[in-house]
Ligand binder design. Structure first.
Ligand code: NIG
Ligand code: FE
Length: 424
């Protein structure tokens, strides 16, 4: 009889499985339950083959051929982070704008004077694909070292046919060289480029008639995202773009109510977007719509509120009303320059009153749900991908409590170890 060849991890002090109900989502009642197995063993190849306690393993050990044992020495094992909202393909550095904001200049004032997103657009248009890929690759390596195993990446700093394609090709190229699981999103509607400043409908037509068909034909993205906000895209423009995207097989996502209450969240729920993101200025109706929705995840990006010194999204109200809340970095050169999900968990607990457990569920399983990957990612269950972390602690609370350090000792993606911390 041929036994399956597997790797085993033993002496896991606490295995945070995060396993959930049939909908693969933690409901209000169980978001504080990490479904922990103590004194656990986990067997895996590219996917997870067996999970249980050491005592239970004695009964099944003869069914597996374990080729290698790893000793977790009582430490915590948990699913890798799913960072479901980033803008990791870009060029240039906006630390000068950051410094201006520290002096009191607002994000909108910088944008109105031609800076902000358009600064990075200029950088991308003049950069080569190779430069963009090199920049993104180093951010991905860093993110892996901080425990991210799946990352969504948006285009959106090109804002012309050629430059948007260059960004999407960069995402495809970086996905082929990095072990990170990457999900690509087309976000041609991130801003209006200078040349269409007085012709918004012309740019919406370019996005709908030229960019979306090309993105779809070349299979360059899974999702289509729009920045629906005051000074950016209107509800009508958003609907036009996302409907066209759907026609071409691109699934909807939205940057919703970040800078002002424009009722973008209600639209996201109405059209069945996979997520409504930011929500710093979500209305009461928007909260209700998210609470009713079985599809639209409320993706909160507290690093952006921190960086822009804006009020945080109402995480407590959303969770207490039953919305599915996810956490992500929003990694981008303007409003939040971090690729470290552990920092985001700290912001979520300290500034949005989330519990440590809620922050862990939101950054794993619910991130996967926001990407439609909840059947294969975000929790540790038999058959799911072997994307997991060994933490450098026996107490999972340390991931938030011991802030400003890297608590990840090992990062495994698809059953292979891609990061090992050098311990002193
Ligand atoms: O998600 N909100 C829109 N886009 C980014 C910011 C982009 C930038 O400032 O470069 C965000 O915060
Ligand atoms: Fe964003």
């Amino acid at each position: 009889m041929n036994l399956p060849n597997v790797i085993g991890i033993k002496n896991i002090g606490s295995l945070l499985t995060i396993s959930a109900n049939d909908n693969c989502v933690k409901t209000l009642q169980d978001m504080n339950n990490l479904s922990i197995i103590n004194d656990a063993i986990m067997l895996f190849d590219v996917s997870i083959q067996w999970i249980g306690t050491s005592a239970e393993f004695e009964n099944v050990s003869s069914q597996f051929s374990v080729t290698e044992w790893i000793d977790a020495k009582g430490k915590v094992v948990m699913p890798g982070f799913v960072d479901s909202h980033t803008h990791t393909v870009f060029a240039g550095n906006r630390s000068n704008e950051f410094a201006q904001r520290l002096q009191g200049v607002s994000y909108q004032q910088i944008a109105a004077s031609g800076g902000g997103i358009l600064t990075t657009v200029n950088g991308v248009r003049t950069a080569s694909q190779e430069q963009i890929v090199t920049n993104a690759y180093s951010l991905l390596q860093s993110a892996i070292s901080f425990g991210t195993t799946t990352m969504e990446i948006k285009s959106g700093y090109g804002l012309s046919f050629d430059a948007e394609m260059k960004l999407l090709y960069s995402i495809r190229e970086v996905a082929s060289i990095s072990p990170m699981n990457i999900v690509s999103t087309f976000m041609g509607a991130h801003d209006f480029p200078e040349e269409y400043k007085h012709n918004h409908s012309g740019y919406v037509s370019l996005v709908c008639e030229e960019m979306i068909p090309a993105v779809s034909e070349q299979h360059l993205a899974t999702f289509c995202d729009v920045f629906t906000d005051k000074g950016y895209y209107t509800l009508e423009e958003t609907e036009t773009i996302l409907s066209k995207g759907l026609e071409y097989g691109l699934l909807p996502k939205m940057h919703a109510d970040e800078l002002a209450t424009v009722h973008a969240t209600e639209l996201a729920c109405e059209i069945g977007a996979f997520s409504a993101d930011h929500l710093l200025h979500v209305s009461q109706k928007g909260v209700e719509a998210l609470s009713q929705s079985k599809r639209t995840v409320a993706t909160l990006l507290p690093g952006t509120a921190y960086t822009l010194r804006l009020p945080y999204a109402p995480a407590r109200t959303l969770i207490d009303n039953g919305a599915m809340v996810a956490l992500a970095t929003d990694c981008n050169p303007g409003s939040c320059f971090t690729e470290n999900m552990q920092t985001i968990l700290s912001f979520a607990c300290m500034n949005m009153k989330m519990s440590i457990e809620e922050s862990i569920v939101a950054s794993t399983l619910h991130g996967a749900k926001a990407l439609g990957l909840e059947r294969s990612k975000g929790s540790l269950e038999i058959g799911k991908d072997a994307d997991f972390l060994v933490l450098q602690t026996t107490n999972y609370a340390d991931i938030v409590y011991h802030f400003g350090t890297n608590l990840v000792e090992q990062t495994w993606i698809g059953g292979k170890k891609h990061f090992q911390k050098q311990l002193q």
